[in-house]
Design a protein around this ligand. Sequence first.
Ligand code: SOE
Length: 379
Amino acid sequence: MSHIPLRIGMVGYGFMGRAHSNGYSQANHFFNLKYKPVLQAVAARNAEKARAFADQWGYQDIETDWRKLVERKDIDAIDICTPNNLHKEIALAAAANGKMILCEKPLSMNTAEGEEMCQAVEKAGVANTVWYNYRRIPAVTMAKQLIDEGKLGRIFHYRAMFLQDWTISEDVPQGGTATWRLDAQAAGSGVTGDLLAHCIDTAIWLNGSITGVTAMTETFVKERMHAETGKKQEVKIDDAAAFLARFQNGSLATFESTRYARGHKALYTLEINGEKASIKWDLHDLHRLSFFDHRDEGRLRGWKSIHVSDGDQPYMKNWWVPGLQIGYEHSFVHQVVDFLKSLETGQPCSPTFRDALETQKVCDAVLESAKSGAWVGIS
Ligand code: SOE
């Protein structure tokens, strides 16, 4: 089968640069697609590091200025894998040059920036998506199917947590390539934009819009050395955040996220309780979906642990044989697959910038409510 090439220009080469590059490399091996990514060029300020990354992942070329990359005629799509403070500028330039855009989450530093980015891609008419990868873990996608089929009935509760423990030590710096997530100037916010954003994206996708929140945040370590200046500076990100929310469908929610939950490295969990059934999912056991169905015969009622690895379960017929599971990296492969399919069908690849803006609005409302102590409504 001859493919239509989709020439990728990636900006940045960190953890997400690797996850996305792996997605581009794997997609066509496992899925039959009309389009095929070509790793055309990677842009990063340090030429030596960019070259090493390009060699390792198979990019043909490098640029040391992302502006040159977005202007290149031999690039179809720009993948933004930089710290959050660069998302907007790169996206606006890419859209102005008619490039499709795949942007790492969160969409932007805040709602105002996100709105500008939405307008830019909509005006340019370019395909766009945001890498909220957890939607594309087969067990999570299956939860969406079950909810949409009405298997849970009316939803009462949504509960999500994303727990980590990697910033407890005061010696962890802020800023720089490895720890920019702790620097408000680069990240915009702390766990709210980094971790809660994942929980919010999945929640809106599974359970509809959030209409209001009341939140609290805390910064446990008040000062950290800045990796670039070597000076101790005030920490302006939220280390932990928790909020209550109401959904448009009448259900209630609790969300919690922290980088101070000793013992937890990346524990994303969610639970949804409906009138007829409930669902639970846990990133540390990501191929399993727990399902409780009240319609089961009384004696046999109980939580089922479904090993999502069979051909009739989302994405799985393209992988191994039933019973053999896949992992975290495959959620990025699936995002590439869905983006390539969207080019084939002409349908948007959700979450688009506009979809991701809704998550951004909730993040902003969480931060605002934590400051004011009041409920904040979301329009
Ligand atoms: C932070 O530690 C992080 O890598 C996030 O930036 C990712 O989005 C999340 O999936 C895992 O944790």
